[in-house]
Design a protein around this ligand. Structure first.
Ligand code: SF4
Ligand code: SF4
Ligand code: FES
Length: 248
């Protein structure tokens, strides 16, 4: 027999002076294979035409549908209602500017982080346009690709105690990007350069290692390993900076 699902959904439009933050309830009958994407569309079609939420790919690729699902960050398009109890609460991801209801602006946050950490390949100043493509060992390309799978959904930011307390913290998404460029042989930056970017409390030393990011990353990125590795590398770099005789 089909369940009746009750959704308690956060509603607020900060651009509307008449709007106040509140939770509204909606009910619908669960269907086989129903995702939160389908459920939210049904609610919008039949009960709340002004409900705001974001979806683009519906396949766990674009990262735009992340929200708090029964208190845990996750991708709504990849969440089957059958994995949830019959009372489902949906809130926008904390840590990002609210657009309205379940829609947040992760783009502003990600861009600010990317500019601060300079998340692009730093090669030669004057690239040789006539040069052949740089070769890379397949194993190394795979390692880089593994970290490049991040979809910038923001779940690791929402799950991170440090990011919630310290808005400048670059979170696992930023630290993972540095780990990715550090692996890339086309990027000429050294650990001393990366230390200037993340060797502080807004970077790797602000991380409390409680690993909410690892637990909730919908792409299963190896964040625990990368955070531990970068912490060790940056700690060594810090020691070398202040005690220059320590060997590299
Ligand atoms: S590291 Fe994972 S949780 Fe964080 S933004 Fe990337 S895909 Fe999302
Ligand atoms: S391990 Fe570090 S980056 Fe991950 S959630 Fe905890 S404090 Fe945030
Ligand atoms: S809609 Fe793209 S990840 Fe969910």
């Amino acid at each position: 027999m089909s369940r009746t699902l009750t959704f308690s959904i956060f509603r607020h439009n900060p651009r509307d002076p008449a709007s106040t933050p509140r939770v509204e309830s909606y009910q619908l009958t669960e269907a086989a294979g129903m995702t939160l994407f389908i459920a939210l569309n049904m609610i919008r079609e039949n009960q709340a035409p002004d409900l705001n939420f974001d979806f683009v790919c519906r396949a766990g690729v674009c990262g735009s549908c992340a929200m708090l699902i029964n208190g845990r960050p996750g991708l709504a398009c990849r969440t089957l209602t059958q994995t949830l109890p019959d009372h489902i609460t949906l809130y926008p991801l904390p840590g990002f500017a609210l657009i309205a209801d379940l829609s947040v602006n992760t783009g502003i946050w990600m861009r600010e982080m990317a500019e601060r950490l300079q998340t692009w390949v730093h090669g030669q100043d004057e690239p040789d346009v006539n040069a052949l493509e740089a070769r890379m060992e397949p194993e190394l390309a795979e390692e880089i690709y593994e970290l490049d799978r991040c979809i910038e959904c923001g779940c690791c930011v929402a799950a991170c105690g440090t990011a919630q307390m310290r808005p400048e913290f670059v979170a696992a998404v930023g630290l993972n990007k540095i780990a990715r460029f550090r692996l890339d042989p086309r990027d000429l930056r050294k650990d001393a350069d990366y230390y200037e970017l993340i060797g502080n409390d807004q970077g790797i030393f602000g991380c409390m290692s409680l690993l909410g990011c690892e637990d909730l990353c919908p792409k299963g990125l190896p964040l625990q390993t990368q955070l531990a590795f970068m912490r060790r590398k940056m700690a060594m770099q810090g020691i070398r900076k202040w005690i220059p005789l320590v060997p590299a």
